[in-house]
Design a protein around this ligand. Structure first.
Ligand SMILES: N[C@@H](CCC(=O)N[C@@H](CS)C(=O)NCC(=O)O)C(=O)O
Length: 278
């Protein structure tokens, strides 16, 4: 059977990294098609009409969606290389349970670390570390989650490591101080060619997360300023304009704090790479 393999990809996506690691592990040649998630292509919408997300693996014209489903598909199709999922039914079920835990719990906290502020951020950091500690318990003294060999759960979790620097810097905390075993495990995984080739540079990911955070923050601020200043200040009567004036001034005070020592609001982080904004 011919094997035409295309990955609808996004370079910073930890979910897409899972698929790349699995393909590299199996030695499958593939073409990566980088997707603009701000302006989704007709191909992405056609191949993943339900979720409209990357990654999508297109194997001989047929799409497979959802990263964990794709990793299992790769394991099933390219059987000749060592298996990613354990053969023992109980161990298989356990690996899938923890991979699901990563998607439901770890990813949720992780996303909030770089997209929220204040109390929500603190709760997310606490939740994230609690999850990592549970995963440390599951790893125990093993080399990899699968034992002596790198497997499905390692593939599912290690892409998160490429985001650790962004979480730590934007969340102002230290993961290694809390979970040294997870860091040691991640460094072991990084020694594998499949992982080193598939994970993106942590500094680039930080830059990406940083600009995304600023954009999000500016978008929210824009809505608030316009809601108070533009929409309500001169269109309402009675008590409403007074409340609105207060809200408008609060927004301006917040904006006054934003430039800090910078000359303009628009002066971004000195390390920011503008090519990431395109
Ligand atoms: N559960 C999905 C998650 C995939 C996902 O969240 N992909 C993000 C990129 S990291 C995406 O395509 N986002 C576009 C959107 O939400 O519109 C998987 O495991 O594949």
């Amino acid at each position: 059977m011919a094997n035409e393999v295309t990955l609808l990809d996004a370079w910073a996506s930890p979910f897409a990294m899972r698929v790349k690691i699995a393909l590299e592990e199996k030695g499958v040649k593939f073409e990566s098609s980088e997707q603009d998630l701000g302006n989704k292509s007709a191909l992405l919408l056609q191949m993943n009409p339900i979720y409209k997300k990357v990654p999508v693996l297109i194997h001989n014209g047929k799409p497979i969606c959802e990263s964990l489903v794709i990793v299992q598909y790769i394991d099933d199709v390219w059987k000749d290389k060592s298996s990613l999922l354990p053969s023992d039914p109980y161990q298989r079920a356990q690996s899938k349970f923890w991979a699901d835990f990563i998607d439901k719990k770890v990813s949720d906290h992780a996303h909030k670390i770089w997209t929220t502020k204040g109390e929500e951020l603190e709760t997310a950091k606490k939740g994230f570390i609690e999850c990592l500690k549970l995963l440390e318990g599951e790893l125990g003294e093993k080399t990899y989650f699968g034992g002596e060999t790198f497997g499905y759960l390692d593939v599912a979790f290690v892409p998160c490591y490429s985001w650790f620097n962004a979480y730590e810097t934007l969340g102002n905390f230290n993961i290694e101080a809390e979970c040294p075993k997870i860091i040691a495990w991640a460094k072991r995984c990084m020694q594998k060619e499949s992982v080193a080739k598939s994970l993106r540079d942590k500094e680039k990911i930080y830059d990406f997360a940083y600009i995304y955070q600023i954009t999000l923050h500016c978008g929210q601020m824009n809505l608030r300023v316009f809601d108070h200043g533009h929409n309500k200040l001169w269109t309402t009567k009675g008590e409403e304009p007074e409340k609105t004036k207060k809200g408008f001034i609060e927004c301006l005070n917040l904006l006054e704090g934003e430039p800090g020592e910078k000359a303009y609001l628009g002066l971004l982080h000195p390390k920011f790479d503008w090519s990431l904004a395109t």
